[in-house]
Each structure stands twice: as C-alpha cells, then as structure tokens.
Design a protein around this ligand. Structure first.
Ligand code: C2O
Ligand code: CU
Length: 503
C-alpha cells in the first residue's frame, strides 16, 4: 500500500568507459601496499595470539629454562617432593597463635578517615604479630567475604615453601568462607610483614597486610616502635594515621623505630632533632652501625629499615606523615629533607659472610627492560625480563646447597623494588662498585633505573619461589619470574578453579 509513496533510492552513479579502462593499472598500484598491510596485520595477529596467557597454567611450564651455567636437571621425574609437602612443623603447640579474618569494605583509618579497602580483624594494618626468635607461629586465616579469595605471604621470613602464601604457587587462594592455617618457626629475629598474595596489587594497596616482629631472646634496653608506612586512597599514613603521630617514650631510654614500607614505591625518611644509627635492614642486623646526622634513609618498597635513636626526635617521610618520638607533649621542628642518602653500600663495617660468593655454582641475570608489544593480548609498553615479555620469562633453576650469584640490571626507565621469596641475598656491588660496609643483606632491593646490582645467596630453602618486582602494579603487568629447586614439583596452578591470581 505505502510502497508507492516511498522515496526512491538514488541510482548508482554510472561508471564511464574511461574509468573502467584504467582499473587494471590502479590495481597494480594497490598490490604492494595491500601485501604489506596483510603482512603487518599477520605479524601483529601472530604476536597477539602468541602473547595470550592460558586461563590456567603451572608456573613450571613458564618461559625459558635457565640453569645459570650450572648442571642441568629434569623436572617431572615422578620422584619429586611436592611444594605442598614442604610445610612447617605439622605438630606441636604453637608459641604464638593468631586468628586473622579478612574482609572487604569500607573502614576507618586509625586517624578517622573512611576508606574503601580490606581489613584483617576489622583493622588495617592488621594485628601486629609479635614473636620471639625460635617460636612456633601459627596463623589461622579465614576469608569472611573477600570475593577474589585471599592468602598471607610472610614477606622477608624465609619460611618453608608451603607456608609462603602465594596463590597458584604454594597454595590455592582461600575462598569466602574458607580457612588456611600457616605454621612456621620464626628462626630469625627482625622486622617483617605479611600481606595477601592473591590479587596483591589491589589487596595490599587496599590494606590486607600487617607487621610481624620477631625479637631475639632476652630483654632489650630499647623501647620498640613499629612504623608501618602505607598510602590508603592517596592518604599517606604511619600505622594507619595521617599527619603527625606521637610516640610517647620513657626518658633516657633509646628507641628502636622499625620502618616498614608497604607501598609500591621507594620511601624516603629522615630524622630531625637527633642523630641515629641504622641497626637493621630487611630483618638483618647491620654490623658496626655508625652515627648518622643529616642524611636521609631510603626504604625499598616492601623493605624495612630499623633505626636506633634517642628522643626527642621526629621522623618525616617523603609522603607527608611523620612520627614524633619523645615524652608527652614533645614538639620537634621538621628539618628539610637532607640531600645525602645513607648509602648501605658503604655503611657499617665489614664482617665475614657465611658463604663464599666468589665460589658460585650458578650465575643468573635478571635484566628489566621495557618495550612495545602484547601482554596477554593487550598492546602496550610492557616490562621485559631479559628482553622477553611475560610469560616468556626465565625460570631460574638451582639445586639445594648452590651458591647463587645474580646480576640485576634495570634499563626500563623506572625504579623496581626486586623481591626474592624464601631467601636473603647479600649485595656484592652496585654499578661495578664493590660493597665495602657491613654485609648488606636484603630481601627487597631498590633497583633504580640505569642501575646494576650483583647479589649472592645460598639456595638453602627448597621450593618454587617467586622473584618479582614489589611495585605490585608492575608485578601484575608481568614483572615476575621464579626460582625453582631441583627435586620439587609444583602441584598448584595459576587460574584454575581457585581463581589463583598471585599478582
Ligand atoms: Cu611482599 Cu611476592 O611479596
Ligand atoms: Cu617494578
């Protein structure tokens, strides 16, 4: 009916004879760019396709095998010990027993501000765990309602592998309503911290962490203060407080301040009103620490620095929050940030190492770069390890007892706090300059852009261990490798039913 009133489609323009006769020639001109375009698209497609990370995979299948110049060995021989068997003591009454319940949601910082994030037993930082050296520590983690699941990693504590708390590597993520028990002996005194290692870039930033301090036997003369520095939703805090926090001291008693950096970037801190000594780094005592004035400290992301000082004093941090240490009512004016850093390469006095790094069994290179490419199908400017993009990164293979040297180089345009699980390493040199101070023992090392560090450690803790950047956004973006021991099998998988996502 309405067909007659419908406007007519315009007639297609007629091609002239001339245009038709020119077509073959034009086509020839088109062939070259077309072929090029197809070649480029094909190459991009292949790069995209080959960058895809399977939805579930075993980290042992990742990347390239690197024996560091030492003897090769096989995995999957059938006679290996499983990661899951490498637990702490299964029996025995714990000396320290803690229950931690993880939740997600809005909560109040100690200084009152409301933030969105994660808590343990309703607070962030979570409960401060304290132990004596040699104590059997038992932590029962329950996940109340964190949808992605949770774990707890004992950052800086060289626990047995199965207690390491890495989702998809040493356990499955604990689902809402689930529970996991960690048991380990606190063998080394020092300042440590714990945090979730499931979707860690979001959960740690959001508050799913706390501190663990292991004290040596006997009474200590000094007053002990933990200062955990964290940024919640853009607010820099110390122990969950923005602004200045007061630490009330007893007159005449020296104070040990344990600075813990739980953020993604390096923390600068400086002391006003008193001199100080750097007495420990990453849980290891400094040998022969000397008095410092007018120098700033650098605390690596994930790292810890203990300072000993006499009140009154004030500790400022690069992000704004400060600690005022002294008798009630103490005021100390903030000095400007000193230009000179305390350089741990030369600080303190040398001491004998327990092993000879010059007699190494393996030598690895961990070189961080950056390039354009596809990461799991996403185009971008991504971190590389030894020139390759995740998951095509090295798997560092060792045997128990090996002395291992590792050269860490950074040419990526950004700083990377490199963290090896389960081990402590001694820094041998920086940019070719040998370390001459106290043995500088780390689990978290701030590798500046353009820097080269040589470190060494003893492979004395069998397992499959993460070795990654502790800027957790970088880890999420593929800055992750692993150290694998001969004779150890990996039963867990990233992804899978548990939705394991360590980074
Ligand atoms: Cu603080 Cu892989 O961890
Ligand atoms: Cu990084």
């Amino acid at each position: 009916m309405a067909t007659t009133s419908r406007p007519r489609a315009p007639a297609p323009p007629r091609r002239s004879r001339r245009a038709l006769s020119e077509r073959p020639r034009r086509r020839w001109w088109l062939v070259v760019p077309l072929v090029l375009l197809l070649a480029v698209l094909g190459a991009l497609g292949w790069m995209w396709w080959s960058s895809l990370v399977p939805s579930t995979y075993n980290v042992m299948e990742m990347g390239t095998t690197d024996f560091g110049g030492g003897p090769a060995h096989e995995h999957g021989t059938g006679s290996e010990r499983s990661v899951a068997e490498l637990t702490g003591p299964a029996s025995g009454e714990p000396d320290v027993a803690v229950e931690l319940a993880a939740t997600r949601g809005r909560f109040a910082l100690a200084s009152g501000e409301q933030v969105d994030g994660y808590t343990l037993n309703g607070t962030s930082p979570g409960p401060a765990i304290e132990a004596r050296q040699g104590d059997l520590v038992e932590v029962t983690l329950t996940n109340v309602d964190v949808p992605d699941g949770v774990t707890l990693h004992w950052h800086g504590v060289d626990v047995p592998n199965a207690e390491d708390g890495v989702a998809g590597v040493t356990q499955d993520a604990v689902p809402p309503g689930g529970e996991h028990v960690y048991r380990f002996v606190a063998e080394d005194a020092g300042t440590y911290w714990y945090h979730s290692h499931q979707v860690s870039h979001a959960q740690v930033r959001g508050g799913l962490f706390g501190t663990l301090v292991v004290r040596p036997p006997g009474e200590r003369a000094e007053q002990d203060v933990v200062a955990t520095v964290h940024t919640y939703s853009g607010r820099r805090t110390i122990n969950g407080r923005t602004g200045d926090s007061a630490v009330v001291t007893e007159p005449g008693r020296p104070v040990r301040v344990r600075l813990v950096n739980t953020d993604n970037g390096p923390l600068r801190a400086w002391v006003s009103g008193a001199s100080f000594r750097v007495v420990a780094v990453d849980g290891t005592d400094v040998h022969g620490p000397t008095e410092v004035t007018d120098e700033r400290l650098l605390v690596t992301a994930g790292g810890r620095v203990d300072v000993l000082l006499e009140a009154p004093a004030r500790i400022d941090t690069s992000g704004g929050a400060a600690l005022v240490v002294g008798p009630r009512g103490t005021r100390v004016a903030a000095a400007p940030e000193p230009a000179e850093p305390v350089d741990l390469l030369t600080y303190g006095t040398p001491a004998e190492l327990s092993f000879d790094p010059d007699d190494a069994d393996r030598h690895f290179t961990y070189e961080v770069g950056r390039r354009i490419g596809f990461l799991d199908g996403k185009p971008g400017f991504w971190w590389t390890v030894n020139g390759r993009l995740f998951p095509d990164v090295p798997m560092f293979h060792v045997q128990e007892g090996d002395v291992v040297r590792m050269t860490i180089r950074n040419d990526s345009g950004d700083v990377h706090p490199m963290h090896l699980h389960g081990h402590h390493a001694v820094v041998l040199s920086r940019d070719g300059v040998e370390a001459t101070g106290s043995p500088w023992v780390v689990d978290s090392l701030n590798v500046e852009d353009g820097a080269t560090y040589e470190i060494a450690f003893v492979a004395d803790n069998p397992g499959i261990w993460m070795d990654h950047c502790h800027n957790l956004d970088h880890a999420r973006d593929g800055l992750v490798a692993h150290l694998a021991y001969a004779g150890v099998a990996e039963p867990f998988a990233v992804g899978g039913d548990a939705g394991n996502a360590p980074e």
